[in-house]
Write a new protein. Structure first.
Length: 320
């Protein structure tokens, strides 16, 4: 495989991917496309360009990463497809189903792979939770609650107000930024339907996007789901709570452990499950999976059905 890789964008996530690729093979070379024309790399393995047209012998390149702002994902993916380059696209993927079907058609036509960066899909906790629900040991699911709260100025190291997360023109806002929650809920419970939502923009943060979202959804079996997302809370919290008829499940996504409680003789029996994989280890697994799929000449959109479910649910939430 040719070891030259194209990157759209050079933010924190792109830098993480480059670091992982270097750890896999130190001979990778990176061609980074970004708007700033005065960029000079301190790393001799990274070269900056203003446009994909400036890259020489592009026909030899087989790998591309789209880490640009959300609103540019479709455009940049098309540019890579045109050059028959396999694509890894960061989340959120695309804006609508029309773009998704267009990329599916184009990727199959050119026989290239498109894979997305929904990291939690690889977390073993997802499979374990699905099995717990299926086994019915804790009874039927009564209601579901998902929560992800954080504080934007704390996790954007530079001026947060100029970040993608804080600006509407780049596709920022709490729903797009914290889309992993919508994706894993769809993965565990099937396609969710949005019933109602309340999006709030605060006056104390310098953004022009919604910073908090309170969303009410339901599963195909009419099980209620409450989803809370926030970029404006001082306490970092991320969990999934499932209330069963005979107990409960609490998945702490920060510690990556599961606590099960089962009611027996008016007392709760508690069982703790520690998931070994860290978020960092999952990132490397994700990149290795992409490289393996490319080597095995897989093409089309990897996990197309899941991509479609998440895009449809996101659009329902935004339009409700």
């Amino acid at each position: 495989m040719n070891l030259r890789v194209i990157f759209y964008g050079f933010g924190s996530i792109a830098k993480q991917h480059i670091k992982i690729l270097k750890s896999i093979n130190s001979n990778f070379r990176f061609h980074v496309i970004r708007k700033k024309s005065d960029c000079i790399s301190k790393d001799d393995k990274i070269t900056f360009y203003r446009s994909i047209k400036d890259i020489k012998k592009i026909n030899l390149i087989k790998l591309g990463f789209v880490c640009s702002p959300f609103n540019f994902h479709f455009k940049h993916s098309l540019e890579l497809i045109k050059n028959k380059i396999n694509i890894f696209v960061e989340k959120p993927f695309l804006q609508n189903s029309k773009e998704l079907k267009n990329l599916l058609f184009q990727s199959k036509k050119k026989k290239i792979l498109i894979q997305t960066g929904f990291l939690l899909r690889l977390n073993p906790a997802i499979k374990k939770i699905k099995n717990i629900i299926k086994n019915n040991k804790y009874g039927k699911v009564i209601n579901i609650e998902s929560n992800f709260t954080s504080y934007l100025p704390n996790w954007r190291t530079n001026d947060y107000s100029k970040s993608v997360s804080a600006q509407k023109k780049y596709g920022g806002g709490v729903i797009n930024e914290l889309v992993h929650e919508v994706d894993y809920l769809n993965l565990i419970f099937g396609k969710l339907k949005c019933i109602n939502k309340n999006l709030i923009r605060s006056s104390d943060l310098k953004t022009n996007v919604e910073e908090r979202a309170f969303i009410f959804l339901k599963t195909k079996n009419n099980i209620p789901v409450f989803l809370k997302l926030s970029l404006n809370e001082k306490i970092l919290s991320r969990y999934l709570f499932i209330n069963f008829s005979k107990g409960s499940l609490f998945w702490d996504l920060i510690k990556n452990d599961i606590v099960l409680r089962k009611l027996r003789n008016k007392k709760f029996l508690i069982k703790k499950i520690k998931i070994k994989n860290t978020m960092q280890s999952l990132k490397k697994i994700q990149i290795k999976k992409f490289l393996s799929n490319v080597s095995n000449k897989k093409y089309g959109i990897f996990s197309f059905d899941q991509e479609e479910k998440t895009i449809k649910t996101l659009n329902e939430i935004k339009k409700k």
